[in-house]
Ligand binder design. Structure first.
Ligand code: LRH
Ligand code: MN
Length: 388
């Protein structure tokens, strides 16, 4: 039988980290849409993220992206966050928006360009020291568009050399999280294209290097939960960038395009005991709300992640193991599907009520009047965005 009390306790302790950039304007190469009340600076982004935590109770940290969230005083920004009941989380580097990086950053053939990129990564570690952030997340757009454009092996040598320089700079308790992505913006080779490449570099670097699984970064049809199960077994899964997609890196709300896949992923997390904060897996969102309102979009995304987690926690593990060991194919599948087909919304409403929260975060936010207040207040200035 499933222990409902244990499931509720795990759900109450769950945390989902929010991306500061989800609160700014975003879009595609065709159009970046603006919306009323969008933040103009990292202080306002964090104020909006704090609203998501206020109504869900499970989003206590905000990840920053440098230079999109560059400020003069990071300690002051951390104090601002604390004053709003949240904390600064992962620091994301950005070596994909500077003209010098046209042919790559840390994998570029020119040592001067590589040095510039590594200096930025080292600056991000300085920022971690200032904000108290434990993790540096590294995603590189580096790659090539045409066969022969550059040497695949030379670029791996440059990648390894740069990563080891940053790794050496990490302090105790600090980690580097290496994110992979199949393609885009490079369309022939990407220097960190898949979990195997990230895993191999992280194993070579050491204990403080872990892999990031962005759920939008795989070839269609990839069994992502297999990758998750494998990395957890190797203690090399450091974080998720949660989002969903129908085609490519669509960065849509997690669970929106494929809630069953999210459930299967969260089942492997629960099965490995990795929902426990002590397991060191950071569950983050990495999304863009191009056409929908951003704060409700983040609240809905957090709720989708909670629902997938609740269903995963309701899997009758003993019955599943018994059916698996007995070779009862349909029986085993049925155990998992029973959990997936369970309506967990009443259970999550209870978890929220136990925390003194409104059982319906979306309705509570809508009633709060916050959206109208920021639309009226945030007039003038330059709305934040990717600046791509
Ligand atoms: C790259 C990515 C990476 C970020 C960016 C915002 O596609 O997933 O995690 O730095 O999106
Ligand atoms: Mn990502």
């Amino acid at each position: 039988m499933t222990d409902i009390a244990a499931a509720k306790a795990a759900l109450a302790a769950q945390t989902i980290e929010l991306p500061s950039w989800a609160f700014g304007n975003s879009g595609t190469r065709f159009k970046v849409f603006t919306q009323p009340g969008v933040p103009r600076d990292p202080y306002e982004k964090i104020a909006d993220a704090a609203q998501v935590h206020r109504f869900t109770g499970v989003a206590p940290t905000v990840s920053l992206h440098i230079p999109w969230d560059k400020v003069d005083d990071y300690a002051d920004l951390a104090t601002h966050a604390k004053g709003l009941g949240v904390e600064l989380g992962v620091i994301n580097s950005n070596t994909f928006q500077d003209d010098d990086y046209r042919l790559g950053s840390i994998c570029h053939a020119d040592p001067a360009v590589r040095r510039k990129a590594v200096d930025h990564l080292l600056e991000c570690v300085d920022i971690m020291d200032a904000t108290g952030s434990p993790d540096l997340k590294l995603w590189f757009a580096d790659g090539t568009n045409y066969p022969g454009q550059d040497d695949i092996r030379d670029r791996q040598d440059r990648l390894a050399e740069a990563l080891s320089r940053v790794y050496a700079r990490l302090g105790d308790g600090q980690r580097m999280l290496l994110e992979y992505k199949l393609f885009e913006p490079a369309f022939y080779t990407t220097d960190v294209p898949d979990w195997g490449t990230s895993f191999a570099h992280c194993v070579r670097l050491g204990e403080q290097a872990k892999v990031v699984v962005d759920t939008g970064h795989h070839a269609p049809g990839t069994n992502i939960e297999f990758i998750v199960a494998f990395l957890l077994r190797e203690r090399k899964l450091g974080a998720f960038d949660f989002n969903s997609r129908f085609y490519a890196d669509d960065d849509l709300m997690v669970g929106a395009a494929d809630p069953f896949q999210l459930f299967r992923i969260m089942y492997e997390v629960v099965r490995a005991g990795a929902l426990d904060p002590a397991a060191g897996v950071n569950f983050m969102l990495d999304q863009c709300h191009n056409i929908e309102p951003k704060i409700p979009g983040q609240i809905r995304s957090v709720m989708n992640a909670q629902e997938a987690t609740a269903k995963a926690l309701l899997v009758d593990r003993d019955a599943l193991r018994a059916a698996q060991r007995a070779g009862d194919v349909l029986g085993a599948n049925a155990v998992l599907m029973d959990a997936y087909n369970t309506d967990v919304r009443p259970l999550l409403a209870e978890v929220r009520a136990d925390k003194g929260l409104d059982p319906d975060p979306m309705a509570a936010y809508a009633r709060s009047g916050y959206a109208a207040a920021i639309a009226a207040e945030r007039v003038g200035g330059r709305q934040a965005g990717w600046g791509a």
